[in-house]
Design a protein around this ligand. Structure first.
Ligand code: PLP
Length: 323
């Protein structure tokens, strides 16, 4: 299937046609993974596309850049406005948005700070990350032989490009073993997360999820699931999770911008609960989708309706280049 290109990409303050948003092969980030990025979904609602948790995502981008000593050449509000603009100008009803800031061409020193920082934002239509049936049927996953990074090797809380080589090893091994996704353990052998998802484990009506200290990315969807689970009155415990708790669980699910809330039906070919989406997962999923698709009250202010943002607030530095 051809990639669903959209028309314009915001690159360093300008809107450029999709095919012209290119970089030099000497780009530092291409060699050393020197980038920070986000993944944000815009959902189709009766009021047009709505970005889910735009501000938490922009905040995490700023925080990743700060941790990585990468001063961004655009202020937060301009990046936020550009994200809205990219969804709007491409006329996308629903999409995935990828803002990325990276070190450009400026030498190959391993101290990247002499390289210019570039910023790009693009959006494209995207379906269900773990397959169309995953949300109802659940996915089969395996515990990976690849661990997440030790806390003093990479900053897990920062969404830095180079760290995703670790995620790629987890994902490749899982696919090679016939799984939809892998689960990485942390350096102490406790459950950490999927290659691009946080994980929740339900035992006897209590919802467990690994703490930030288990080398997880602090997921925005994780925060949303914790909020909804709290609202529904389920006990929630953030604690180290031993591997065998996965096999003993009644329900397990992943959260992530890409994976949304995806049930896990087996781990290492061991059936979880009834082998189907469990009742708590279903309830959380139902409420999550009702909010993001604009069918339930947005009581936590999670949605930014793209068409409601006044046009002057999304003015860009430069217009689309003349033909
Ligand atoms: C490693 C990793 N963990 C967890 C997540 C889930 O985070 P979020 O819900 O913010 O997408 C992601 C996706 O961004 C990820 O890449």
């Amino acid at each position: 299937m051809a990639f669903p290109k959209s028309e314009f990409i915001w690159m360093n303050g300008k809107l450029v046609p999709w095919d012209e948003a290119t970089v030099h092969v000497g780009t530092h980030a291409l060699h050393y993974g020197s980038s920070v990025f986000e993944g944000i979904r815009a959902y189709g609602t009766p009021r047009g596309p709505a970005l889910f948790c735009l501000d938490p995502h922009v905040d995490r981008l700023m925080s990743s850049a700060k941790m990585y000593k990468m001063p961004l050449p655009f202020p937060r509000e301009e990046i936020r406005a550009a994200i809205v603009q990219v969804v709007r100008i491409n006329g996308l009803a629903s999409c995935y948005v990828r803002p990325i800031a990276f070190r450009g061409f400026g030498g190959f020193s391993l101290d990247p700070r002499k390289c210019p920082v570039e910023v790009a934002i693009f959006a494209f239509e995207w379906g269900k990350y773990l397959g169309p049936e995953a949300l109802e049927q659940g996915v089969d996953v395996g515990v990976s032989s690849w661990r997440r990074m030790a806390p003093d090797t990479f900053p897990a809380m920062a969404k830095v490009g180079g760290q995703y080589v670790n995620s790629q090893f987890v994902a490749m091994e899982a696919n090679d073993h016939g799984y939809n996704e892998g689960i990485a353990l942390d350096i102490n052998g406790y459950v950490s997360e999927g290659s691009g998802e946080n994980i929740f484990v339900i035992v006897d009506g209590t919802i467990y999820t690994p703490p930030v200290g288990s080398s997880i990315l602090r997921g925005v969807t994780r925060m949303a699931a914790l909020t909804l689970a709290g609202e529904m009155g389920y006990p929630i415990i953030q604690q180290n999770i031993p591997r065998e708790m996965l096999y003993a669980a009644d329900e397990i699910f992943f959260t992530g911008t890409a994976a949304e809330i995806t049930p896990i039906r087996s781990v290492d070919r061991v059936q979880i609960g009834s082998g189907k989406r469990g009742p708590i997962t279903k309830k959380l999923q139902g409420e999550f989708f009702a909010i993001v698709e604009g069918r339930a009250t947005d009581r936590y202010g999670w949605l930014t309706y793209v068409n409601d943002v006044p046009a002057q607030k999304i003015a860009l530095r430069a217009a689309v280049p003349a033909e």
